[in-house]
Write a protein that binds this ligand. Structure first.
Ligand code: SAH
Length: 368
């Protein structure tokens, strides 16, 4: 077989145009190809009949590398978790979360994660590698194809659509900034996947220099900061990266993050019994966020790791929330989704996704 001419996914319209010129073709074929891939989501170059036959022949030796499905699990609440394999055998997960009026896809940006947040299951995998734009976008294209979903907005009619995207799966998106930014351009491009940046949220532990770069990026998504503590002492212990970028430095970068009308920075706060859930913590949180346009998402700790943390009691969670809202800080309780299949926040861990009765090998055998 002839050597592959390379991967087509993850190239911007301009890059595809430049590729066409390299091949001695007209540059506008780049835009056509881009439209076929992302607007019409034709992932088989043979079906792109608006392109000349000779161009299609050249394209036939390119790759459109969607990830390969290893296993799809459906939770009681309708959440679907996909375990996907990349071309080099690395595995990642993404999660589709249906809600009444929207469908949110949570995607990964790294295989594994180098940050060692003590309460997160993904951390136990260690770091494998960064995903490239083809692999970041490939998760979205795979799930859209699997569910036959269009991309759209709420109220588009009766047909369900993918309405929201969160970069909140495996990995730390800001440690893979260049590839993430490129993916965001294709995602938000009206000629690409056409998802409004207002419907895209990037979740991060808060790496200050990268946050400042994100603020200047061509596509600026909603920002979610995983805070989970109100003192550096506690956050140092829960999230060792805090020693490099302490709470104040993150909040300063958030204050400089460009927000549109009605937009707020979200702070995610994983409540852990006796660790970060006291009344004093709640009051400190209000003070910390007093000068920011912010809201808080409270997440009860999802079980899964061995570090001995326990979720806060429902009473404590409610009390914590009441203190925040009582002082005018919007705070929402995020219901864990897909917990029975280890699809909830901080539970993405590939093979650790226990459906306890089957061994990993047998699952691979039956689902590939
Ligand atoms: N690295 C990024 C994105 C991945 S983590 C970040 O830290 O934001 C996604 C979210 O899951 C974070 O808000 C994190 O605080 C949360 N999380 C991690 N472990 C969790 C657990 N055991 N229970 C509930 N949420 C958890």
């Amino acid at each position: 077989m002839a050597a592959s001419r390379g991967e087509l996914l993850g190239l911007t319209a301009d890059e595809l145009g430049a590729l066409m010129v390299d091949w001695g073709e007209k540059p506008y074929h780049g835009r056509q190809l881009y439209g076929a891939l992302y607007r019409r989501r034709q992932l088989d170059t043979g079906s792109m009949t608006d392109l000349s036959k000779s161009l299609r022949q050249k394209l036939a030796s390119c790759t459109i590398g969607l990830p390969r499905l290893i296993r799809r699990q459906r939770a009681c609440d309708g959440t679907d978790k996909y375990l996907l394999e990349l071309t080099d055998g690395e595995k990642i997960e993404c999660v589709l979360i249906p809600e009444r009026k929207r469908n949110t896809l949570c995607i990964s940006t790294q295989a594994g994660c180098p940050l060692d947040c003590r309460f997160c299951l993904t951390a136990m995998l260690g770091f494998r590698r960064n995903l490239n734009p083809a692999e970041i976008l490939g998760q979205i294209l795979y799930v859209l194809g699997d569910k036959n979903l269009p991309i759209g907005s709420v109220g588009d009619g009766s047909r369900p659509a993918l309405t929201n995207l969160v970069l909140m799966g495996m990995g730390e998106p800001l440690l893979n900034l260049e590839n993430v930014l490129k993916s965001l351009i294709i995602l938000a491009d009206p000629g690409g996947l056409a998802l409004s940046p207002r419907r895209i949220t990037l979740s991060t532990v808060g790496l200050v220099p990268q946050l400042r770069k994100l603020a200047q990026a061509p596509v600026v998504p909603n920002l979610a900061i995983s805070l989970s503590a109100t003192t550096d002492e506690v956050r140092d212990r829960l999230m060792p990266i805090n020693r490099r970028y302490p709470i104040d430095s993150i909040l300063q970068a958030c204050a400089d993050y460009p927000l549109k009308r009605n937009q707020r920075v979200t702070f995610e706060y994983v409540l852990m019994d006796g660790v970060n859930d006291s009344d004093d913590d709640a009051r400190r949180l209000v003070k910390l966020l007093a000068h920011l346009r912010s809201k808080v998402n409270l997440l009860p700790l999802n079980p899964g790791n061995a570090n001995g943390f326990r979720p806060s009691s429902p009473r404590r969670v409610n009390r914590f929330r009441e203190i925040l809202t009582g002082k005018g800080l919007p705070a929402y309780l995020r219901r864990p989704r897909g917990m029975d299949i280890y699809a909830a926040c901080g539970q993405l861990h590939l093979a650790a996704a226990h459906s306890s009765r089957t061994t990993r090998t047998s699952r691979l055998d039956t689902n590939s």
